[in-house]
Design a protein around this ligand. Structure first.
Ligand code: GLN
Length: 457
């Protein structure tokens, strides 16, 4: 029964969450209560699904991995994705750990504790949806929701041996997802299998009047696309994706996967995505710019953390003092770094040189894909250039950490659907670690992404 599954998961959480850091919180009583009325005739009837801690579930905490929303915030409403999942029968259970406000690639930026990779506890699970991926990888969630702004579903899925899909921008409503970079953010599932991903996606998509960027388009049955071979499918391999700096084991695993897709009927086509190298720089201007605006709402007045102003601060300085102190105390270092970067690139003197230029660069990246998709149906690459790294490896080097996002960011800049699917294990520094294969398709073509990933899997 659903109650048995929830109790079973709960037992696992109690046993291993302290060492894995997958969940920031979980409310087993609430989940069991929901299970009492579960409708098992629904496709996701009674299935518990973990939720990244930046997606609002009414009555539950929603910390965004930040001290800012710790203790002081209980979600007053449901995200549309939660309403839809529940309509499909699912039960939200567990608030998954994450990098603060989804900024990071390792979950080390969580204000509470880092999450750990279930394959090697000394390593990161990726991020920012690292808690979601850890929970699924360690079997303390059947499936989880993540959010992906520059790779935050796909990269942790790759690091933990899971499937993770970022849908087309506008497929899944962002209503109730705490905004990081609104023009890039998308919610999507992290699961064990492609079939599970398709099943959950069936109950996430759809037009929502409460999100002005939500697309008014039919939602196909994503599961019905599964189970076909790859005959007739043209797979693009971009020379810009197979550069020095990719871990040799990852390159080998991906090349093997491409051969396997060929043997399943796909045709391999050489393509070029000439602006691949400007993706990261473009993203790290646009995402912080949008974040600096989105995070302005954390002002110590409306909700969340609120600093005390000592009585001896003069009247005309009290407001500024309050604002400064609240934000200094509430945000962690990476969030502050992004707000500073974003404010800088949006300031009047630099707006044209950075923000406007990055918008133009974004168009070039998007155009690369438009041209490529005239010749191919899918673009295949590794999900990450390197395997899961040790906790602390990039502690003093945020710039190098940003390079992690090389393969995942372009799909966000261009708004395209993309999946990471496991493609074997490699030996690295004496441990066995999972590798992710990354497939990108044209807008709204999740069906092809899922079909190919499923055939390969
Ligand atoms: N690693 C990227 C960043 O730090 C992507 C994060 C995300 O997709 N939320 O911004």
């Amino acid at each position: 029964t659903p109650a048995d599954i929830i109790k079973d998961l709960h037992q696992g959480m109690e046993k291993v969450n302290e060492s894995l850091g997958a969940y920031i919180s979980y409310d087993v009583e609430a989940a069991l209560k929901e299970a009492e009325t579960a409708d098992l005739s629904l496709p996701l009837g009674g299935i518990p699904i973990a939720v990244k801690d930046n997606i609002n579930v009414k009555g539950q905490p929603c910390t965004c991995g930040s001290k800012f929303l710790d203790e002081n915030y209980t979600a007053p409403y449901n995200a549309t994705s939660i309403d839809l999942l529940r309509k499909g029968g699912a039960i939200p259970f567990g608030r998954a750990n994450m990098d603060e406000f989804a900024m990071g690639s390792s979950t080390e930026n969580s204000a509470f504790f880092p999450a750990r990779n279930p394959w090697d506890l000394a390593r990161v699970p990726g991020g920012s949806s690292g808690g979601s991926a850890t929970a699924v990888g360690a079997n303390i969630a059947l499936a989880a929701l993540g959010s992906d702004t520059g790779g935050s579903i796909r990269q942790p899925a790759a690091f933990c041996g899971n499937v993770g899909i970022k849908p087309t921008y506008g497929r899944v409503s962002r209503y109730g997802l705490v905004a990081f970079a609104s023009s890039l953010d998308q919610i999507g599932p992290i699961t064990k299998t492609v079939e599970d991903a398709a099943l959950v996606l069936n109950h996430l998509c759809g037009h929502d009047a409460r999100d002005s960027t939500s697309l008014k388009v039919e939602v196909p049955d994503f599961t019905s696309a599964l189970g076909q071979d790859l005959k007739g499918l043209r797979i693009g391999i971009a020379k810009e994706h197979f550069i020095d700096g990719i871990h040799p084991g990852i390159r080998e695993a991906v090349e093997k996967a491409v051969k396997q897709m060929e043997s399943l009927g796909a045709t391999i086509v050489d393509i070029s995505l000439p602006h691949t190298d400007i993706g990261i720089a473009t993203y790290y201007i646009l995402a912080p710019a949008e974040a600096s605006a989105n995070l302005a709402r954390f002002d110590g007045v409306r909700y969340g953390h609120r600093a005390e102003v000592p009585a001896d601060v003069e009247n005309d300085k009290r407001l500024l003092y309050h604002y400064q102190k609240t934000r200094s105390e509430g945000f962690g270092p990476e969030v502050k770094r992004r707000i500073l970067l974003g404010t800088y690139v949006l300031s009047s003197g630099y707006y044209d040189a950075y923000y406007v230029k990055a918008q133009k660069a974004r168009t070039l990246v998007r155009r690369d894909f438009t041209e490529a998709f005239e010749k191919v149906d899918l673009v295949v690459s590794p999900t990450t250039p390197v395997p899961p790294f040790k906790i602390g490896a990039f502690r003093d080097d945020p710039l190098s950490l940003y390079l992690e996002d090389l393969f995942t960011i372009p799909a966000n800049l261009a708004g395209l659907p993309a999946i990471s699917v496991p493609c074997g294990m490699i030996q690295h520094e004496g441990v066995e670690l999972p590798v992710g294969l990354h497939l990108t398709a044209k807008p709204l073509d999740e069906v092809t992404v899922l079909r190919a990933a499923h055939a390969y899997e």
